[in-house]
Design a protein around this ligand. Structure first.
Ligand code: MG
Length: 159
């Protein structure tokens, strides 16, 4: 088995939909990024790439390439998952922690889990998505942006 960790943060930007875990969350502000800004998927991609020793999301999908401008991050996730499959692994489980003071995410977490499970050929029960605030501390606490930590365990298909 292989383990990987990922982290990402993006600042809020008005006038963009807020995409998190592949789900559109009701919000006045989205996240500034070259892609759709889905910080949860970016952290997950980095965890998957880390687990297979394939660098990071910036190396695979550089923000200097306009092919990836405003791209749906689920497309990136599916490409990363293809690399995981090519290396002979499947997803054991995923654990995501989204850190956001606002908006409230509790009612979206199950949809995110189902959405990500779909892209990773897994069951929703293997993809845990949780959210927390920082009680007003730091940049997330000041509502300047959102961050996500991701941990993934991959299982070898060979055994
Ligand atoms: Mg990112």
């Amino acid at each position: 088995m292989r383990i990987g960790h990922g982290y990402d943060a993006h600042r809020f930007e008005p006038g963009k939909p807020l995409m998190l875990g592949g789900v559109e969350v009701a919000s006045d502000v989205g996240l500034l990024a070259h892609s759709d800004g889905d910080v949860a998927i970016h952290a997950l991609c980095d965890a998957l790439l880390g687990a297979i020793g394939q660098g990071d999301i910036g190396q695979h999908f550089p923000d200097t390439n306009n092919v990836f401008l405003n791209i749906d991050s689920r497309i990136l996730l599916r490409e990363v998952y293809e690399l995981v499959v090519q290396q002979g692994y499947c997803v054991g489980n995923v654990d995501l922690t989204i850190i956001a003071q606002a908006p409230k995410l509790a009612s979206y977490l199950a949809d995110m889990s189902a959405c990500l499970a779909d892209d990773l050929n897994a069951e929703a029960s293997q993809i845990n998505v949780k959210a927390t605030t920082t009680e007003g501390m730091g940049f997330a606490g000041r509502k300047e942006g959102i961050e996500t930590h991701a941990v993934v365990l991959l299982l070898s298909n060979a055994e």
